[in-house]
Design a protein around this ligand. Structure first.
Ligand code: 7RM
Length: 656
């Protein structure tokens, strides 16, 4: 974010103040308490927001320095009970889930009473197939009610769910199933997005050929198109649900038992299985949902994220349902059948809280205001964004055109690892600065430090770290405690290293500048450049590959691959083949926007690729390449620049 751009700040819309849960004065007082006496603060919240079978014995033990932090030690609870059972007394007939299919005519609603019944039955189906407490279950489903039923059925019996996004390839699915040692997979025949059919069951069949531990596959019939069912292994969901017992008591789980594993990309190696535990996660997401989204009884809330990502877990499912809310589940995409789709859905269901990603906002803004102006959006009271920095001009468009200048925007910064939102405005308390995620949430102590770990101030950019433990933080990387310690705690001891860069302005507002490591965000999807490089290296002609991100108007970032081929091969056909291979290994979300064939990569004398230089050259910033004196062969840079210029000239030539 350019610090020289003048940012206008926005007061809280007066209408909003009348009903908001927290005002500025309350935020300041509570925040102070939350960091001075975290134990007392979280004990109060945990009692208020969560129902316990038996109370904790110690509110917390251990420390972030020793990396043995535990919250609500000795407490007993169940996440599914908190999302469903405890609401039955007052909300049996209230709608829990509004489901909107890809086809605008395809929709249904599910009440809390119905949801309870389906979850109990499905939990019994899982038990009948040998799933018990602690077993891992892989969920590879579209955005249909059965994905929520499956996740909560796992939580009910103490099984650990690992949801894999439906856009991932069979290869990525296999890696995740093997890493978590899943025993059962839940999938659908096909998914439908934007009118296109994706063969989920076929992908599962390919993936589990090499997964010996998977003994059952449960298949939801979504499209009804023919698929292959393996007689001994595969079961139809609808058949299994018939005749199964409708009673299934929730398992009394320990506060620090695992709730789920969710894979996310890092700088190096395979994706990491981020493991979250029940009590800390539930307290944190339930409470943060209520305050950050200013949730009130009767609100209609819509988060557009897929349940395959952390945003879907925390703020489509667990947060809203634990608060007894009505949550909208949308199967489709923002541009089908037309660019008004989101706004039409908002009008159809009178959505009043809407949470989406900057990439979607940019894409829709690009199509012009007419698609928005056709709709009323009168119901909206609050807007949210997540996933990447949002530029001030895109923010203004969201605020004025979508929100009619009457809805605050919560720009929420957080990560798979953090469980819930750590930095965000509170809508009734925080004057808004477009492009800034504003202030820390309760219990969160962010710091901006330099390479030596020293705190820096006054608009100076540095690494964003978190100083104190909070209940929503992950417990570990599944099966790899060493990687957990090395990734997040080695470089700045005693702090959680987020991997993001940031600075803080004189009003205490935090501005996130983006990742500082080799993780990129393409259309809000988190991808490791290392994973893409590994995929490229599986192509026979490739001898070396280096991937960097370059800025993209709609996607935020796009993938730029430098490829060295054996025998210097380079052709458009080879580019296509490389892209096809990346799709096959990772999935279509990892699309190579640019491939540049080069003679050599810039390396230090110790053989480390200098990505900083590659990033600049990819973005055609040739003037300020920084220190190149440590390169083993500095002339490589000139060749790279010449090659880059040649490619952009060719592209220009084609456009003329
Ligand atoms: C929730 C989620 C995490 C990374 C994170 C940041 C980026 C997320 C914002 C943001 C600027 C935001 N989890 N990020 N939210 N950057 N402003 N409001 O996205 O694990 O998939 O990604 O996303 O770089 O480190 S994630």
């Amino acid at each position: 974010m350019n610090k020289n751009i003048k940012i206008k700040s926005y007061k809280i819309p007066p209408d909003f103040l009348k009903h908001s849960n927290i005002n500025l004065k309350q935020y300041k007082t509570l925040y102070r308490q939350s960091i001075k006496k975290p134990g007392h603060f979280w004990a109060t919240q945990a009692k208020k927001f969560i129902s316990w079978f038996s109370p904790w014995k110690k509110i917390s033990t251990g420390s972030l320095k020793k990396l043995n932090m535990r919250w609500f030690v000795g407490g007993k609870l169940n996440a599914c009970y908190n999302c469903v059972d405890r609401h039955l007394e007052t909300r049996t007939n209230q709608i829990a889930i509004i489901w909107q299919g890809d086809n605008p005519n395809d929709s249904k609603t599910i009440t809390y009473g119905e949801l309870y019944d389906k979850i109990c039955r499905f939990a019994n189906v899982l038990k009948d197939h040998g799933i018990k407490k602690g077993d891992r279950v892989c969920i590879y489903l579209p955005m249909i009610p059965e994905i929520i039923i499956s996740m909560l059925a796992c939580a009910r019996i103490g099984a650990i769910h690992s949801v894999v996004f439906g856009g991932f390839s069979p290869e990525s699915l296999k890696t995740r199933i093997l890493d978590a040692e899943c025993r059962l997979v839940i999938t659908a025949d096909e998914s439908i997005r934007g009118g296109k059919y994706i063969p989920l069951k076929k992908n599962v069949d390919i993936a589990i050929k090499k997964c010996p531990k998977v003994h059952k596959v449960i298949v939801v019939k979504r499209t009804g198109n023919p698929i292959t069912m393996h007689r001994k292994r595969d079961i139809w969901y609808h058949e299994a649900m018939m005749g199964v017992d409708a009673k299934c008591p929730p398992k009394k789980m320990d506060a620090n038992d695992p709730l789920f594993i969710l894979y996310t990309s890092g700088s190096t190696g395979n994706p990491k299985g981020v493991l979250h535990t029940i009590a800390g996660y539930m307290v944190y997401v339930t409470m943060s949902f209520k305050y950050i989204f200013d949730f009130h009884d009767g609100d209609i809330y819509w988060c557009t994220a897929d349940l395959g990502w952390i945003t879907g877990h925390s703020y489509l499912l667990y947060g809203p349902l634990a608060n007894g809310g009505t949550t909208l589940l949308f199967e489709g995409v923002p541009n089908y059948p037309n660019f008004s789709r989101y706004w039409e859905i908002i009008d159809k269901y009178k959505v009043n809280i809407f949470y989406t990603a900057p990439t979607a906002i940019r894409a829709l803004r690009h199509e012009g205001d007419k698609w928005v102006n056709k709709t009323s959006r009168k119901s909206l009271k609050l807007l949210g964004t997540v996933g990447e920095p949002i530029n001030p001009d895109v923010w203004e468009w969201y605020y004025n055109v979508v929100g009619n200048a009457k809805c605050p925007i919560v720009d929420t910064w957080w990560q798979t690892e953090t469980g819930g939102i750590l930095i965000s405005p509170l809508p009734g308390a925080t004057p808004l600065k477009p492009g800034s995620a504003a202030w820390p949430f309760f219990g969160i102590v962010p710091e901006i430090v330099n390479d030596k770990g020293k705190v820096i101030k006054n608009n100076n950019p540095g690494r964003l770290v978190i100083k104190q433990s909070w209940p929503g933080f992950m417990k570990t990387i599944y099966g790899d405690r060493k990687r957990f310690v090395d990734t997040y705690f080695k470089e700045v001891p005693g702090r959680y290293l987020t991997g993001d860069g940031a600075y803080r302005d004189k009003d205490g507002y935090i501005w996130i500048t983006g990742r500082e490591d080799d993780v990129i965000k393409v259309s809000g999807h988190r991808i490791g450049t290392g994973e893409i490089e590994s995929a490229l290296l599986t192509v026979q002609q490739v001898s070396e590959a280096a991937v960097v991100a370059i800025p993209h108007e709609v996607k935020g970032q796009a993938i730029f691959a430098y490829v060295v081929t054996k025998s210097g091969a380079k052709s458009d056909a080879l580019k296509k083949r490389l892209n096809a291979q990346v799709h096959r290994v990772i999935g279509p979300i990892a699309n190579l926007e640019y491939v540049q064939f080069v003679k050599a990569l810039p390396k230090t004398r110790s053989g480390k690729i200098m990505r900083r230089i590659l990033r600049k050259i990819a973005s055609s910033e040739f003037d300020d390449l920084g220190d190149t004196s440590t390169l083993a062969d500095p002339s490589v840079v000139d060749t790279l620049i010449a090659e880059r210029k040649k490619v952009s000239n060719e592209a220009k030539g084609r456009r003329q």
